[in-house]
Design a protein around this ligand. Structure first.
Ligand code: CUA
Length: 331
């Protein structure tokens, strides 16, 4: 009992930390895809449980029934091979695998077939080391690391990569599907209730992999369309001298890599920063989108996120202050 305490504590920590209910848990589905995937998990779990119980029972029975006894004077009958047994333990696993694969293969086809109908939404996803780009075809809207979707409508995600293999995964909504350079994969998801769902790159893609997160904001259809319109308007309005200094600095140091809708800045290397302040985090979920977060990021990006393509620009404190002031006008 004493020895098992650390084990129990460890398992509890794993259950609460890594796989607990809540954020980034496949056990709390918030849409039909995640629900279907969870059902498949339970189906496999039930089959595995039956196998475990049968094997454990046979094992325990054999341990007791075929124990060497004090009265035994010679070896039990020695046998080599059993055709019936060989056939049984080849066929039974095959049948189990076929049963398990039926729903898996079925859902693999269902999920990768783009949803149709007038209500479906299209979102183009481009994976970068180490951030996510989201484009809304038919509009000029491009954003990064936070994708807005309407509740109760199927969203077709077309998945592409700008560099290496990434994997698109929103545990509470469904997934995961790889983003492979040179091809387009598809996946549809649907959120059945409003909320902010955490996503994560699920394919080791370099030193910044663990910092390649994003959020899905599922909102009412009206709020979603209002957001799209908001993103398309000309956004930049600087008023204070500090903000104006930041704007000038942005033009000089940042505009080759970043786009801001409504300005001449149209760099394509880094994330599109239009309405940056609407996002809960920056640097793909690494830092909060606050004065402190922006300051820490601008001070030394690769120190915050290993492998980040944005270099340490060697900005002074006052330069960072003005840039942060300007970035915070992007609402
Ligand atoms: Cu992208 Cu891991």
């Amino acid at each position: 009992m004493q020895a098992s305490l650390p084990l129990v504590a460890g398992l509890a920590a794993l259950a609460l930390g890594g796989c607990g209910l809540g954020k980034q848990s496949t056990l709390s589905p918030a849409g039909p895809v995640a629900q279907a995937q969870l059902s498949m998990f339970y189906e496999s779990l039930a089959i595995m449980a039956v196998i475990f119980i049968v094997v454990a029972a046979v094992f325990v029975y054999s341990l007791i029934r075929f124990r060497a006894r004090k009265t035994d004077t010679e070896l039990p009958k020695q046998v080599h091979g059993s055709t019936a047994l060989e056939i049984a333990w080849t066929l039974i696993p095959m049948i189990i695998i076929v049963i398990l694969s039926i729903s898996t293969v079925h859902y693999a086809f269902v999920l990768e077939t783009p949803a149709t109908g007038p209500d479906t939404v299209q979102v183009q996803v481009i994976g970068h080391q180490y951030w996510w780009e989201f484009r809304y075809p038919g509009t000029g809207v491009v954003t990064a690391n936070q994708v807005h979707i309407p509740v109760g409508r199927k969203v077709n995600f077309s998945l592409q990569s700008a560099d290496v293999v990434h994997s698109f995964w929103v545990p509470e909504l469904g997934g995961k599907t790889d983003l492979i350079p040179g091809r387009t994969n598809t996946l549809w998801l649907e959120a059945s209730k409003p909320g902010l769902y955490d996503g994560q790159c699920a394919q080791l893609c370099g030193p910044g992999h663990a910092y390649m997160k994003f959020t899905v904001l599922a909102q009412s259809s009206a709020a979603y369309h209002q957001w799209l319109r908001h993103m398309e308007r000309d956004t930049v309005q600087v008023s204070t001298p500090l903000e104006r200094a930041g704007l000038a600095l942005f033009q000089q140091d940042c505009a080759t890599c970043h786009t801001i809708h409504g300005t001449p800045f149209d760099g394509k290397v880094g994330p599109n920063l239009t309405a940056l302040m609407q996002r809960p985090t920056i640097a793909a979920g690494t830092l909060p989108d606050t004065t402190q977060g922006l300051t820490a990021w601008l001070h030394d990006p690769p120190a915050v996120k290993p492998g980040a393509k944005m270099p340490d620009l060697g900005l002074s404190r006052s330069q960072i202050r003005s840039l942060v002031a300007f970035l915070q006008t992007l609402k």
